[in-house]
Design a protein around this ligand. Structure first.
Ligand SMILES: Cc1cc2nc3c(=O)[nH]c(=O)nc-3n(C[C@H](O)[C@H](O)[C@H](O)COP(=O)(O)OP(=O)(O)OC[C@H]3O[C@@H](n4cnc5c(N)ncnc54)[C@H](O)[C@@H]3O)c2cc1C
Length: 453
């Protein structure tokens, strides 16, 4: 709804940036909420810049905290601010592409889900995707978002160039051969260095995937995990809690005919009902029930274009904590988490997720550095308090040298993070250089980077 005050402020901005085509549209001043509903804020204003010059002018003409927002799918409080919220929706779509190198330069606010079909139209396809595709390209890469597969780094690992508008009004084109330090930092930036307006992705030719899922004993799957991860293009587990079983998901290239019926909405309703019903059963008594559910769940197969298989629709809202540990430690860490949930009779139902991610050369990627990593996620339904559960599990991740996913819930600050990332001090120094006034920092980012208010 356009309010009188909103209209007046919008008019002022339009006047400032040029009345013919406002370079910075005011969206509204509604409160902001993230996907899970666990985070909210009331920004001073929500602005939609339409050009890089508008961003430069915005930084020059305003004071106070600035947070860029993607599609609000992070669980950690990277976005909330009572300052300026910048929505990058106008930086959208494929801007240019190179058909021989299979590169595409893409507006940073583009949703991954819109990109799959757009890439197909120019003869390109993602190498990999996360579990969903609702995120924006800039939002996903800013937190080191990843999919699964020992041969596949996080999405940031496929970025070959990017453009950053800094709070000081510099417009930086960064790549492996130009402003290398900005490239290494800004591929996983947490939105702390400025506003990314475009990114170039290394893609490949289109291909089709076949995904098979089945249920088996978690111990058997963990024993064979490395073999299965090497055999299949993508392999991952969703271990049930208070159970001996896990769902296994194996995904491979295929030329089989497309067969991918849309998900049945009744599945989500059934899952919510299962969570509610199991919550009525004491945790110590759930094992036979969940084992029976697992044993009865039928195997499934689906075939489609890669981007339609790699990403899923997740309608049941939850909060999540995810850490990555060096790949050799993954199975033991997962075992200890499952045993802790069982032995402490923790009152949770949501399955875990266990996947491998290849190393990359970004400064703050969760799998950056010398090791491939195993990423382990714990979830709690959005209507339940996640803290008692996550507080018990988080120290287990620390024991195995875990690094937290930047977009998911964790409690670490600068002191711990600087021990986990060899380039943490480099990132801190570059951040201070690009944003000396700390305009890109909200309280959470100040905690992460050790910058007092
Ligand atoms: C259902 C669900 C499933 C998920 N599955 C996975 C998964 O499989 N793998 C995985 O790794 N993660 C997963 N995530 C986490 C998710 O990918 C990340 O939290 C991601 O960052 C969200 O992207 P977004 O566009 O919503 O960004 P937001 O959450 O809105 O923002 C994230 C960060 O990006 C910054 N940002 C946004 N736009 C810009 C810009 N233009 N310039 C600079 N900074 C910017 C923000 O300031 C913020 O710091 C999942 C989340 C959900 C809710």
């Amino acid at each position: 709804m356009v309010t009188r005050r909103g209209w007046m402020q919008g008019t002022l901005l339009a006047g400032f940036f040029g009345a013919a085509a406002p370079a910075m549209a005011r969206a509204d001043t509604l409160p902001w909420r993230n996907w899970s509903g666990g985070l909210s804020c009331q920004p001073r204003q929500r602005l939609v810049p339409t050009s890089e010059q508008a961003l430069v002018d915005f930084f020059a003409s305003t004071t106070g905290t600035v947070r860029p927002v993607g599609s609000g799918h992070s669980f950690s409080p990277l976005v909330p601010t009572d300052g300026h919220l910048l929505v990058l929706d106008a930086f959208n779509g494929i801007l240019t592409h190179d058909a021989s190198a299979l590169h595409a330069t893409i507006g940073a606010g583009t949703r991954l889900g819109d990109l799959g079909p757009a890439l197909a139209r120019i003869g390109q396809e993602f190498f990999n995707l996360p579990d969903i595709d609702r995120q924006t390209l800039a939002g996903a890469t800013a937190t080191g978002t990843h999919g699964t597969g020992i041969d596949f780094p996080a999405l940031s690992g496929y970025v070959t160039a990017l453009r950053l508008v800094t709070p000081q009004g510099e417009v930086i084109d960064a790549s492996a051969t130009s402003r290398r330090e900005v490239f290494d930092a800004a591929r996983v930036s947490l939105g702390a260095l400025g506003v990314v307006t475009q990114m170039t992705l290394q893609n490949r030719t289109p291909y089709r995937l076949k995904q098979q899922s089945w249920t088996a004993k978690v111990e058997d799957l963990l024993r064979d995990f490395d073999t299965l991860a090497a055999k299949h293009r993508h392999f991952e587990l969703f271990p049930y809690v208070h159970s001996d079983y896990a769902i296994a998901l194996a995904t491979d290239e295929t030329t089989d005919a497309v067969d991918n019926p849309p998900p049945d909405p009744a599945e989500d309703a059934g899952f919510i009902q299962l969570i509610r019903e199991l919550s009525q059963v004491p945790p110590a008594e759930r094992l036979p029930i969940i084992n029976a559910v697992a044993e009865q769940s039928p195997p499934s197969v689906r075939v489609d274009a890669a981007h339609r298989i790699l990403a899923n629709v997740r309608n049941v809202r939850f909060n999540e904590m995810e850490y990555s540990v060096p790949v050799e430690a993954g199975a033991d860490c997962l075992r200890e988490i499952l045993a802790t949930i069982r032995n402490k009779e923790l009152d949770v139902v949501f399955p875990l997720e266990y996947r491998y991610v290849r190393r990359d050369d970004t400064w703050l990627g969760m799998s950056s550095g010398e090791h491939d990593h195993a990423a382990i996620s714990v979830h709690r339904a959005a209507w339940e308090d996640y803290r008692p559960y996550f507080d018990v599990i988080e120290p287990i991740f620390w024991k195995y040298g875990g690094r937290p996913h930047w977009g998911k819930i964790h409690s670490l600050g600068a002191a711990e993070l600087s021990r986990l990332y060899p380039h943490f001090a480099d990132f801190q120094a570059l951040r201070a250089q690009l944003d000396p006034e700390g305009r890109m920092l909200n309280p959470h980012l100040r905690h992460l980077f050790g910058v007092p208010a």
